[in-house]
Design a protein around this ligand. Sequence first.
Ligand code: TNX
Length: 521
Amino acid sequence: MRVLKLSLAFFFLGLLNITAQESRVPAIIPQPQEITWQEGEFILPERAVICYGPNAKTSAEWLQQLLLNTNTETYSMKGEDCRGFSLEIEESLKENLGAEGYELKIEDDKVSFTAATEKGLFYAIQSFRQILPSALEQGRLNEEIRLPQVTITDSPKYEWRGSMLDIARSFFGPGYIKKHIDRMALYKLNRLHLHLTDDQGWRIEIKNKPELAEKGSMGAVKGGRSGYLTQAEYKEIQEYAAARNIMIIPEIDMPGHIYAALLAYPELNCDDNANLTPKRAIPPGLFHGYEVGWSKFCLDKPEIYDFVATVLGEVAEITDGPYLHIGGDEIEDERYEEFVVKADSIVRGLGKTAIGWEEVTKAKVDESFISQRWHGKTESVVNVKIIESICSHFYFDHANVEGQKLTNNWCKEDGVSLRDVYDFTSDNKSVIGVEAPLWTEKVLSDAAADNRFWPRTIALAEIGWSEDEDRDFVNFTKRLGMHGKRLDHLQANYFRTPEVEWNSEKGEGIFSGYMPEKEEK
Ligand code: TNX
């Protein structure tokens, strides 16, 4: 049994006002498995030593960076149990806490971080970060910092806690992607799925098929940005993410949603472009519309598999993680199943594991395949692991509140509210985690992407991490409200949902900060 102990601190003596006390207890999101606030404080000293055990040097550097904006001068050294800060890897913790779990203890004279791996230490540091004043996110804080004493023992519910960004419909470059990674890390998300290709644009350089980036990247939805990631940029993003315990999951969407490739390499089409129905665009024209399900490879041509192998081969080469996402959504063709089985075996031949949208489970894919559930209507012929992205809870291209402009509503007409996200539960044993996609047909700027991602991604993070019995929407919204300023400091243009009482004054109304209907046509 996981217990949530919240023995409220009386560290501000004389304050019997519950509200004031509660606001003194920092809000940690996702809710840790076990947390006990204690009486007493830890006052950040003028000088402190950060000592670290074997393999914990990088974590010590993260902590040191976190303390840079405080008045505490730190230096780090190898060693154990010093007064101040200590970071230790203890492999035996793996049994109970897994690779990502951790213990964090704030006592009167020291703060200790313990975990089985550096991933766990990274998360201990993120929890500590949320206990520190949010102003540190932005700049120097020239005042004494007093922290409540606490003991946290924590580990995630799911191994897969993901966010997806569609950079194909409308391009988002390394700058935005890194910002997104920073914010994901604060909330202990660990997978960033990049939807790299679609009808409107091809966004990743493939050296053996140079026209994909050169020609295929020129399109975008109406009003959206075009462009592509070079392989060097992709790798840099991947490294940046890995340092924050986030794995990049690249998606090459096939055999449908493929027009950008078909215009770059027209030989992948059938005669008379019979594979394009209706002909919403014809090579070499670009496609700027929103419609789906009208393009596919010419599945009768064996050559398409050379193309698939070349592309996936290069993507596999530049990708550190074990997964390649092959798409597989929204396409009708009698050779669909054959294609999926072949693409799966190409992926396995490259030493990777294939992921696909749930339609892939109409085909007899290998048992290693991972299916990403989004509408829940596919009749599956296989028993494979599942990533939950069910649209009624996790489609962040849908409105934050009913009537929000520039949103899709095919899955849920009144939008996907914070509460809709939070109310997700599953008792399906095949589910390895959750992931929320942001499709960008109608998301044309960084500000708009922020508005759709935040704060719903924070609710997603709690679903991915915390046990169902530790979850409570009212309690969550209270903690989330206390993150308003932190999100402001991180310059996240979050949607100030009326479901939350924010601790920040920014903006004037529920659409404050960002008004899509004003910014975009
Ligand atoms: C369905 S979800 C799609 C996307 C669209 C999205 C819009 C999925 C696998 N396919 O191509 O962008 O709906 O909500």
